[in-house]
Structure formats: structure tokens, C-alpha cells
Design a protein around this ligand. Structure first.
Ligand code: SF4
Length: 210
């Protein structure tokens, strides 16, 4: 299916076989921590099912992880493991609380900053695996993109699962606790950050065909 230069398919990876969407598609599998942590969050046995399904899939895939107060201290271990399993890319975002209200998994204050530093450390250790750039991390640490979010500018209209119109985006519009680091990544791209541009080219280009 060739709708865009690259189609990103996000899946929890638990249902196999994972379909082959063709050479212009890259599968992103959600993994929330090393086995014990992932299974605690997503259900017992889910981690092993993902590993089995990806082994059977046999094509390039990427990992997407949402960090929260439970799993962020295990990030290095997780990236190390999936580097060994042959992931093509690793995208990390932070937990965004429902309805914008801080919950028990939301990273705030010093803990949020420590977590972002850990993501930066992972990028420094695996610059060709972990999506990131100095500009992106600076923007993440600065925090609030309210009124300047490049992602929101690209959204014409957004509805949630109950067909309520959401503005400016589907992340419940609380930029202060938004964990979608893709917004910061786009900001770094707009500002000409070299590493962000390199990753943008990789993601839109040859990564899925590697
Ligand atoms: S909530 Fe997140 S994605 Fe939405 S406008 Fe704010 S920073 Fe952007």
C-alpha cells in the first residue's frame, strides 16, 4: 500500500501472524519495559507473544515505548535488549494522563527531568537506534509547547473515541503534562537540528527497507 513515502503501523504485537504491509511500511511495536515490567502493565505472557510474533515476522520493525513512573528506571536495560533483538529504531515518549489530570504514573518535576536525561543517555549510547537529537531533548526539558506545538499546527480536526471534538490535539490538550515527544522532535526538525533532520530522513526514507 503506497499512500505516503512511509506508512507507520503501530501494534501491540500480541496477535500473530503480524501481516506484511509491503516495502513502504514499518511496524512499530509497543513495548513498555523488560519482560516483568511489560507483563505487569500489559498482562501476563504478552511479552513472550510479542517476541514470538516478531521472530515469525522476520522483517524490519521498530519499538515504541511509553515511559512512566514504573518503567523509566529500566530504560537502558530495555534498549540494550531490543538492540540485540535487531530493532531498526526505538521511539520513546512519556505517559500522558487521561483528561490531562496528573495520575499515579505521570512523571512530574525532578523525576520527569531525570527521566528525560535517561532518554538522552540512551540516545547517546545508541544514536543510530534511539530517535532523538540535542534540540529535541532541550525542548523536552523546556517543557511546555502550549501555543507553539508543531504537531498541533498540522492537525486540521481531531475527535476522541467518543466523537468529542478535541482541540488543539488528541492528547487532551494539556501541554504541561503531554508526553508526546514527537512534538518536540518536530520542533527540533523545524529549527534545523542536524540529528533531528537525520532521523526524519531515516524515518521517511529507507529505514523500513533496511
Ligand atoms: S498536548 Fe502535546 S501534542 Fe497536543 S498541542 Fe500540547 S504539546 Fe502538542
Amino acid at each position: 500500500m503506497k499512500l505516503f513515502p512511509m506508512n507507520f503501523i503501530v501494534t501491540n504485537g500480541t496477535v500473530g501472524p503480524i501481516p506484511d504491509y509491503g516495502p513502504n511500511a514499518l511496524i512499530w511495536v509497543s513495548i513498555d519495559g523488560p519482560q516483568a515490567i511489560h507483563d505487569r502493565i500489559r498482562g501476563r505472557g504478552t511479552y513472550d507473544r510479542i517476541v514470538r510474533n516478531l521472530d515469525d515476522y522476520g522483517r524490519p520493525f521498530a519499538v515504541t515505548t511509553v515511559l512512566n513512573r514504573l518503567n523509566w528506571p529500566h530504560l537502558t536495560e530495555l534498549v540494550d535488549e531490543w538492540a540485540g533483538r535487531g530493532a531498526s529504531a526505538f521511539y520513546i515518549s512519556l505517559h500522558t494522563p487521561q483528561a490531562g489530570r496528573i495520575d499515579e504514573l505521570t512523571l512530574v518535576g525532578r523525576e520527569r527531568e531525570a527521566c528525560i536525561r535517561e532518554v538522552e543517555k540512551a540516545w547517546e549510547g545508541w544514536p543510530d537506534l534511539v530517535v532523538g537529537s540535542p534540540g529535541m531533548f532541550k525542548s523536552m526539558l523546556d517543557g511546555n509547547l502550549e501555543g507553539i506545538c508543531p504537531l498541533a499546527r498540522g492537525i486540521l480536526v481531531c475527535y476522541d473515541a467518543a466523537f468529542n471534538r478535541r482541540s488543539p490535539c488528541g492528547m487532551m490538550g494539556n501541554c504541561r503534562v503531554c508526553g508526546l515527544h514527537y512534538a518536540h522532535f518536530l520542533r527540533a526538525v523545524e529549527e534545523g537540528d542536524e540529528d533531528a533532520l537525520r532521523w526524519a530522513q531515516l524515518l521517511l526514507g529507507s529505514l523500513g527497507k533496511a
